[in-house]
Design a protein around this ligand. Structure first.
Ligand code: M6R
Length: 362
């Protein structure tokens, strides 16, 4: 039930601190992640040549971040595929590949078919799913349960942030099994996320009127960022188009000059994520390119960044965390902005036109 909220989507956005807390519960002990119940052995991990992540929609976007984490921290090559492509492509998958399927419902037809195809080729499959008894959960060799609780709104929100959390925990756990040194600050950082997520939600809600104003009267907008910020931008764009029917595109900020910049015109809304410190200067220079064409820029930055504010129209700060952990926080304002823009446009937020919650047919 909606428990007094006007829409399931809003309820589910606001439930994220709790969903994160529940998904973390008992899984970090001191500075160790404990997923021993998976029964994955160091020998098995050492024998892997690659990891293949397969999913659809928002779950695919979580996979893009998963790739960065696994490749960055474990140095194992990772491929990320949308399931509808993977299953018809003769993928490079065999017994030396771990396939990770990500699915909130665990019933998405293409994802399930990809799981079966992977097993047929001899790979083991790890499922990250929100529904314990789902087909994906039952047929996978290993299962990571995202404890988000039921997600009813078609637009996926708390499933995404808990899927991300799943990737953090799995990566750290695999690192431990492989005897690799994992960054200590990630363990403490992950534990703080529920509280920080609440902070970001509160801050965004306070300012929501001014944050959605620039979208008035627009049928197009852009999301830009580099590295992890780019992948979150992709999720932000999907959210906005799916429920508000505004055409939204996400671009790797460095790609602007290779085409998209031609579409930037006066006052067009551009949400720019600039939280990845290793590419910060580069992102800022892309933001300036947008401003030079008079786009309206809302920037998401880490706390303490006074530089960006000088070049943009609005800034929203997220609390300072290691750059690797920002996605769980930066996506929250994007979800809330999408939600409120859609409401302002009179859209049927929980049941957008043409879409179903679970795509069980091709
Ligand atoms: O249940 P699944 O995670 O397998 O669903 C995948 C996509 O259909 C889903 O994430 C879809 O993209 C959402 N409507 C996005 O908000």
């Amino acid at each position: 039930e909606k428990e007094g909220y006007p829409h399931f989507m809003l309820k589910e956005i606001l439930e994220q601190p709790t969903a994160l807390r529940n998904t973390l519960k008992d899984r970090i002990q001191g500075d160790r992640v404990n997923l021993d119940y998976l029964n994955i052995t160091p020998e098995y991990l050492k024998g892997l040549r690659s990891i293949s992540i397969v999913a659809c929609g928002t779950a695919y976007h979580a996979g893009l971040i998963g790739k960065e984490l696994i490749e960055g921290l474990l140095r194992i090559p990772v491929e990320v595929s949308v399931a509808s492509e993977f299953r018809y492509r003769n993928p490079l998958v065999d017994e030396k590949t771990l396939v990770i399927v990500v699915s909130q419902s665990g019933e998405t037809a293409d994802t399930l078919a990809a799981l079966r195809e992977s097993k047929r080729r001899g790979a083991k499959v790890l499922a990250i799913t929100n529904v314990k008894g789902s087909s994906v959960a039952r047929e996978a060799d290993f299962m990571f349960h995202t404890v988000a609780g039921p997600e009813i709104a078609v637009a996926s929100t708390k499933a995404y942030t808990t899927q991300l959390l799943g990737f953090y925990l799995l990566t750290l756990y695999f690192g431990q099994l492989l005897g690799k040194e994992m960054p200590k600050e990630l363990y403490s950082g992950l534990k703080e996320l529920p509280v920080l997520a609440q902070k970001v939600i509160n801050e965004t809600e306070k300012r929501i009127e001014s944050l959605i104003k620039p979208f008035e009267g627009w049928g197009d907008c852009f999301f830009i960022g580099r590295s992890l910020d780019w992948h979150v931008a992709e999720e932000g764009a999907l959210k906005l188009k799916e429920i508000s029917y505004i055409h939204a595109e996400a671009y790797a900020a460095g790609e602007l000059k290779h085409g998209t910049l031609a579409l930037i015109e006066k006052d067009i809304p551009v949400i720019a994520l600039a939280t990845q410190l290793d590419v910060y200067e580069k992102t800022i220079s892309n933001i300036k390119e947008v401003k030079a064409r008079e786009g309206y820029v809302i920037a998401l930055v880490q706390e303490g960044d006074t530089e960006t504010a000088k070049s943009v129209d609005q800034v929203l700060e997220i609390p300072k965390v290691p750059s690797l952990l920002t996605p769980i926080l930066t996506v929250l304002p994007l979800q809330l902005i999408s939600y409120h823009v859609a409401v302002a446009r009179g859209c049927d937020v929980d049941k957008p036109r043409n879409l179903a919650k679970s795509v069980t047919v091709e």
